[in-house]
Write a protein that binds this ligand. Structure first.
Ligand code: GTP
Ligand code: MG
Ligand code: ZN
Length: 302
């Protein structure tokens, strides 16, 4: 590092440059040719070294990329601490498969997940009962659950307190209220908020670059498209169980040590299911992901 080099966080990727937050403020910076040659794929969340080339307006050049703690490939985001899955009981309806796919992804990528039930202002007594039932399942596994309403403001303080001094990503199904929640946290930023009916019409695979929103003094929150976590990473099928913590802690007790927990004789998972000690929907989603990995491996080989 030379005298004019500073380290900062990439908060947005533009066409030919990056926006980087330095202790002195925000700067536009391109990439040094040498780094480009090394095919360094810099993205939001990265810590980089920046050399000033101009003070007014502030412009720089990125000369180094710091080692990453973790990485979400599509769309690219680095160094994530927390991921909040914004979910709803209705509008859109509860989707436990999407939730389990999300949790599986965060376990593989090593991000800490939180489950957020938004739109609690809409809830009837029956909806509350449903939330209690789901909360019991996921709390027992060790996941944290937060209740919010972007309309009444309930729970938002709690959400902000968690995000302070961390890099967080908001994700969730289209229409769950990610942008509405973010607009409450960052009232000066313009977030596109849609109607439920618009969401069903819209293409779901529009890849956008991720922007990090600065939560002062030292936190960042990103709005990520829902599919980035539902499109689960590909791993060997026999390791899928490692990312379902409540199953992984039990599998040493299966009769066969190559048990895949798909109905083999002497499988502990089936025994615990019969005793109501595991959630049926969790096992079902484990088996779906297992099958998906088998299929993806075979498709890849052929
Ligand atoms: N009743 C109620 N409606 C909400 C709440 N939060 C968001 N909404 C509504 O839900 C709809 C979708 O909200 P968005 O914030 O656009 O949802 P999103 O998760 O960003 O959706 P995508 O950008 O498509 O992924 C809008 O009509 C919001 O006004 C809430 O807490 N309560
Ligand atoms: Mg949105
Ligand atoms: Zn088993």
């Amino acid at each position: 590092m030379t005298k004019n080099t500073l380290s900062g966080r990439v908060i947005e990727e533009q066409k030919n440059y990056f926006l980087v937050d330095l202790p002195q403020g925000r700067i536009r910076a391109g990439i040094r040719g040498l780094l480009k040659k090394k095919k360094a794929r810099i993205c939001s969340g990265d810590m980089v070294d920046v050399e000033f080339i101009n003070l007014e307006p502030p412009e720089g050049i990125i000369t180094g990329l710091h080692e990453r703690k973790n990485f979400l490939p599509r769309p690219a985001l680095a160094n994530i601490d927390y991921v909040f899955f914004i979910h709803t009981i209705k509008e859109p309806p509860l989707d436990l498969e999407a939730l389990d796919r999300f949790l599986f992804s965060t376990e593989v990528y090593t991000f800490k997940p939180f489950i957020v039930f938004n739109k609690i202002d809409l809830h009837t007594e029956n909806d509350m009962l449903k939330i209690d039932e789901v909360t019991t399942i996921y709390k027992k596994i060790g996941y944290q659950i937060i209740h919010t309403s972007a309309f009444t403001g309930d729970g938002i303080e709690n959400l902000v307190a968690l995000c302070k001094n961390h890099i967080s990503a908001f994700t969730g199904l289209s229409g769950a209220g990610k942008s509405t929640l973010l607009s409450k946290i960052f009232p000066d930023t313009d977030f596109k908020i849609g109607n439920i009916s618009d969401h069903t019409q819209r293409g779901t695979h529009t890849t956008t670059n991720i922007t990090l929103h600065h939560l002062k003094p030292d936190g960042y929150i990103a709005d990520t498209p829902g599919l980035s976590f539902i499109n689960i990473p590909e791993i060997p099928e026999e390791t899928v169980v490692n990312y379902f913590p409540e199953l992984y802690s039990k599998i040493g007790q299966c009769r066969f040590n190559n048990c895949t927990h798909n109905g083999e004789p002497g499988c502990i998972i089936d025994k615990l299911l019969q005793k109501n000690e595991l959630s049926f929907s969790r096992i079902l989603n484990y088996r779906k992901i297992f099958k998906e990995m088998v299929k993806r491996r075979k498709t890849f080989k052929n």
